[in-house]
Design a protein around this ligand. Structure first.
Ligand code: UGA
Length: 433
């Protein structure tokens, strides 16, 4: 089938390449000329394991092409995926839908045949209805159907999550062709037994928002328990393991530490609260404010721990920060807890040296005044404290003895609770979580 993907960021580029992998002919539309050139040359402008191979394969095969022109999009196909970003509005909790709105406003007047627009971006409930009304105003003698088909991919596993998703969800208005077209598009995934949930658009929009709100709640739950553990002298990791064995609870997303960040969970819970408020249901989601508060407290606590191990002040101290990406297997530093902590520590007078295996360029752009090192060892040179803030595999195999020779004081704050305390303590380190 021929299809267009509007927006080639983390979500769109992955979706476009994966649709080509499923055998479809895909045109990706990207308005940023630099990104577009890279993608057209088969280069992925961000780190996502497995995606460069897939993109190159389908650019080379000609099944995936890239353009900046909505006119090309309108000519190329009758099925359009919206995959543009929906960031948090500046100074407000709500989602900024300007890119979604712009995609609709630009595309629809150019359509000369009936079209189906499938939204993948995470949007506040009610967006598909609003866009549907707008589409009816903009369409010239053609019929445009809007449906929502939310994406659940995780950065770092985006290709796998798209080609082998846990479930597919489609929210469509009655009487359209969204369901039959989606069944064609995803036929091989559906045939392999993946659950395909067909519902109405508000439900589909809420499925996505609820999933992210639940994940955020799960992480903040265990981090709240971590606060109690600190006060009671208990071990939060052992608690997560023990309750995680209960299949009703599950161990995933119960890793306590510095908390969640990234371009999705933080802004999605805030947009969810804002939308519930608009709908007169604010009270239902007041707990999400606490989820957000617990999460932000983790960052403050990390700074306090750093100050404590440095003897009560960060002034004039050297602090090594291992990890800058919001999670491993990603170079994304949007709302990265690690960089947030690094910035706060620097503001308190320490000199901060950051190392991350993949996110150095993005970090430099966001926090140009921090120092950056080219390895974990270099970052730790003469450090008074070392903070592990993103659990990259390469940090799990660090040698405590070797690092011990580089630092000034053997203070380790494990912000991801991912190292073995016994190993580090027996090498003379002051291990803190
Ligand atoms: C999240 C969801 O997991 C995806 O299902 C969703 O599609 C995506 O948002 C989206 O809305 O586009 P992602 O932001 O890539 O995916 O990352 P996650 O794996 O969810 O991790 C989010 C944050 O939580 C990271 O900072 C991670 O370090 C943190 N985390 C995760 C914890 O602190 N503890 C855990 O146990 C798990």
């Amino acid at each position: 089938m021929r299809m267009v993907v509007l927006g080639l960021g983390y979500l769109g580029a992955t979706h476009a390449a994966c649709m080509a992998e499923l055998g479809h002919e895909v045109l990706g539309i990207e308005v940023d000329p630099e990104k577009r050139e890279q993608l057209a040359a088969g280069v992925v402008p961000f780190y996502e394991p497995g995606l460069p191979e897939l993109l190159r394969k389908h650019i080379d095969s000609g099944r995936l092409t890239v353009s900046g022109s909505y006119r090309d999009a309108a000519e190329f196909a009758d099925v359009f995926f919206i995959a543009v970003g929906t960031p948090q509005k500046k100074g407000e909790y709500g989602a900024d839908l300007q890119y979604v709105d712009a995609a609709i406003d630009e595309l629809i007047p150019l359509l000369t045949r009936d079209g189906l627009i499938l939204g993948k971006s995470t949007v506040p409930v009610g967006t598909a209805q609003r866009l549907s009304d707008r589409a009816a105003e903009l369409a010239k003698d053609v019929d445009v159907e809007i449906a929502w088909n939310p994406e659940f991919l995780r950065e770092g596993y985006a290709v796998k999550d798209t080609l082998q998703p846990d479930r597919l969800v489609l929210g469509r208005f009655a009487g359209g062709r969204a369901e039959s077209v989606s069944r064609d598009i995803y036929s091989s995934i559906i045939d392999s037994g993946t659950p395909f949930i067909i519902t109405d658009p508000p439900t589909a929009e809420l499925v996505k928002t609820s999933a992210n709100a639940f994940l955020a709640t799960k992480i903040s739950f265990i981090n709240a328990i971590a606060e109690v553990c600190d006060a009671a002298g208990a071990d939060v990791k052992a608690i997560a393991d023990a309750i995680g064995y209960d299949s009703r609870i599950g161990r995933k997303f119960l890793n306590a530490g510095i908390g969640f960040g990234g371009g999705c969970l933080p802004k999605d819970i805030r947009a969810f609260m804002a939308r519930a408020g608009e709908l007169g249901a604010a009270e239902a989601l007041t707990f999400l404010r606490e989820v957000d508060n617990v999460n932000m407290r983790r960052r403050t606590r990390m700074v306090e721990l750093a100050r404590e191990v440095c003897g009560g002040t960060l002034l004039g101290k050297r602090v090594a920060i291992l990890g800058a990406a919001f999670k491993p297997e990603s170079d994304d530093v949007r709302d990265s807890p690690a960089l947030n902590v690094a910035g706060q520590i620097q503001l308190q007078g320490a000199s901060v040296s950051v190392y991350d295996p993949k996110a150095m360029d993005n970090s430099r752009k966001l926090f140009p005044t921090l120092d950056y090192s080219s390895s974990a060892l270099e970052a730790c040179d003469q450090a008074d404290a070392m903070l592990l803030l993103t659990e990259w595999q390469e940090f799990l195999s660090l040698d405590p003895a070797e690092l011990g020779k580089r630092v000034r004081h053997k203070n380790l704050v494990d912000g991801r609770m991912c190292l073995n305390p016994t190993v580090w303590e027996s090498a003379g380190w002051n291990y803190r979580v």
